[in-house]
Design a protein around this ligand. Structure first.
Ligand code: PMP
Length: 363
C-alpha cells in the first residue's frame, strides 16, 4: 500500500449499533449519532421498492437514466451534468483519486467533513486544512473562505467545502461563495458538498447550483441519505460541467448504484410535498431542541442541518457513555479535535423529548 493508505484508519462507528439495538429491544434505541432522518422516506418509496424486488436477478441500469433525467429537470441542467454515486461518499473519494494524487494538494477547512482528508490521503495527495473561523464568531468554527483561498497554492488541485458543514452545522452565504469562486484559479476544482442543502432554510443560505454556469470548475454533491431519508440505499449524486462528469464516468464502477436505490430515489424525488413537509418538521424540531439545550446552559452552534453541535465541556466523553447506558446514542467529536462537544442528530418530537429527559438525568 502507498504511504498515504498505510497512515489511514478504518471507519470506526463508535458503538456496535446492532448489539445495542438488540439490547434495548422493544423500548428502542434512540439513535442520534449519524444524522439520519427520523421521518423515513416518502410513502411512495415503499411500493416502488417492493416492485423492484421482482428484478433483483437483473443488473441495474448502468446509466441511471431515469433518475438522472429527473435530477436534471429538478436542477435545470442537462442530463450529462449529473453523476450518480453509491452515496455521495463514493463520489467525494473518487474526485480525489481522479483529480489529485502524489505531488498535489487538496485543501479543506479545519472542522470540515472527515471524508475529505481521507480522500486526499488515499489518493496520495497532501491534505491542507485551512484554519476555521474562531469560536466567538457568528459562525463559530465555520468555514473561513478567506483562509481557504489563502491556502490554495500552485500545487492545489482540489478544494472541498461543505455547505452547510458537518460536524459544525454552520454555513456560508451567497456573497462569500461567489467571491471565493471568483478568486479561485480556474484549474482548481471546487467541490461544494451540499449533503444537507434541502434542510437549510436560512434566508442567507444559497446553494452553489446557480453558480455552475459561470464556474466550470465547480462540482456540487448532494445525497438521498438526509432530507430524502434513504441512507440505507446509498444514493448520492454530483452536478458539474459535462466535461468533468465524462472523466468521472470513465472510472466509475459500471453498476455502482443498485436497482432498488435507483427506483427509490426517483420515487422520493417525485414527492416534493413530502420533502417540504418533513424538512419543515426538521427545522422546527432543530430550533426547539437548540433552544432547550441553550436553556440548560449548553453552548449550541448555529445549524442549518438535521444535527446540532453542542459543547458539554470536559465531561462530554463520560456523558456520552452515560447516555448510551440509557439507550441514547450521540456522536463524540474527539476525532474532529472537538473533544468537549457532542453532535446530536435532531429527532422527531418524541425522540427529542426522550433525549432531553435522559440528558437531565445525567447532567
Ligand atoms: N457529506 C457530508 C457533509 C455528510 O455529512 C455525509 C454523511 N454523513 C456525506 C457527505 C455522505 O453521505 P452519503 O454517502 O450517505 O451520501
Amino acid at each position: 500500500a502507498s504511504d498515504g493508505i498505510r497512515g489511514l484508519r478504518a471507519y470506526d462507528p463508535g458503538h456496535d449499533l446492532v448489539a445495542l439495538r438488540h439490547r434495548f429491544g422493544a423500548q428502542g434505541l434512540l439513535e442520534l449519532g449519524s444524522n439520519e432522518n427520523p421521518y423515513g422516506p416518502s410513502p411512495r418509496v415503499r411500493d416502488v421498492v417492493l416492485a423492484a424486488l421482482d428484478s433483483l436477478h437483473i443488473y441495474p441500469d448502468p446509466l441511471g437514466g431515469e433518475l438522472k433525467r429527473a435530477l436534471a429537470t429538478k436542477h435545470g441542467v442537462a442530463m450529462d451534468c449529473i453523476l450518480l454515486g453509491n452515496g455521495s461518499h463514493e463520489l467525494l473519494m473518487q474526485f480525489a483519486q481522479v483529480f489529485s494524487g502524489p505531488g498535489s494538494d487538496v485543501v479543506a477547512a479545519q472542522y470540515g467533513f472527515s471524508v475529505y482528508a481521507l480522500a486526499a490521503q488515499a489518493a496520495g495527495a497532501r491534505f491542507v486544512a485551512a484554519p476555521a473561523l474562531p469560536r466567538d464568531h457568528a459562525m463559530p468554527r465555520g468555514h473561513d473562505l478567506d483562509a481557504i483561498a489563502a491556502a490554495i497554492a500552485p500545487s492545489t488541485r482540489l478544494v472541498y467545502l461543505a455547505n452547510p458543514n458537518n460536524p459544525t452545522g454552520t454555513w456560508f452565504d451567497r456573497d462569500a461563495l461567489a467571491g471565493f469562486l471568483q478568486r479561485t484559479p480556474a484549474d482548481v476544482l471546487v467541490v461544494i458538498d451540499e449533503a444537507y442543502a434541502e434542510l437549510a432554510d436560512a434566508p442567507d443560505y444559497a446553494s452553489a447550483l446557480s453558480m455552475l454556469d459561470r464556474h466550470p470548475n465547480l462540482i456540487i454533491t448532494r445525497t438521498f441519505s438526509k432530507a430524502y431519508a434513504l441512507a440505507g440505499l446509498r444514493i448520492g449524486y454530483a452536478v458539474a460541467h459535462p466535461g468533468l462528469v465524462a472523466v468521472m464516468e470513465r472510472v466509475r464502477e459500471s453498476f455502482n448504484v443498485n436497482s432498488v436505490g435507483l427506483a427509490a430515489a426517483a420515487a422520493a424525488l417525485a414527492d416534493e410535498a413530502y420533502l417540504q413537509a418533513t424538512s419543515a418538521y426538521n427545522a422546527r424540531e432543530r430550533d426547539a431542541l437548540a433552544d432547550a439545550l441553550r436553556q440548560r446552559g449548553i453552548f449550541v452552534y448555529p445549524s442549518q442541518t438535521n444535527f446540532l453541535l453542542a459543547e458539554f465541556g470536559p465531561r462530554s466523553i463520560e456523558l456520552e457513555r452515560e447516555l448510551v447506558v440509557r439507550g441514547v446514542v450521540l456522536r463524540p467529536m474527539a476525532g474532529y479535535g472537538l473533544a468537549e462537544c457532542l453532535r446530536i442528530s435532531v429527532g422527531d418530537a418524541a425522540g427529542n423529548k426522550r433525549l432531553l429527559q435522559a440528558l437531565d438525568e445525567v447532567l
